[in-house]
Design a protein around this ligand. Sequence first.
Ligand SMILES: [Zn+2]
Length: 84
Amino acid sequence: MAKTHRGKGLWKSPSKGRGTCPLCLSTRIKLLYTVSDKENHQIKVCKKCKDAPAERVEKATDTKQLAFRGKHRRQLHARHADSI
Ligand SMILES: [Zn+2]
C-alpha cells in the first residue's frame, strides 16, 4: 500500500504536508486531499473536508491571511448556525 498520506514521504512537502484547512479552518492539520473549486482551482483540504459538497468548497477561505483566522472562523460558525 502506498503511504501517500502518512510517514516520511510527507516531510518533503511544504510545511511537511500541514497547514490550515481553507474549508473548516482547522490549524496544523494535514492538507492531503485536493478538491477543485468552481473556477477549477485545486485547493488542498484536510481529511474532514475531502468529501465536502461543492457549496462549501466555494466558500473556501484564503489561508494566507492567517491573522484573520479568528474573524473567518466566527463567520464560518455564524453560517453554520444559520443552516441548522
Ligand atoms: Zn478541513
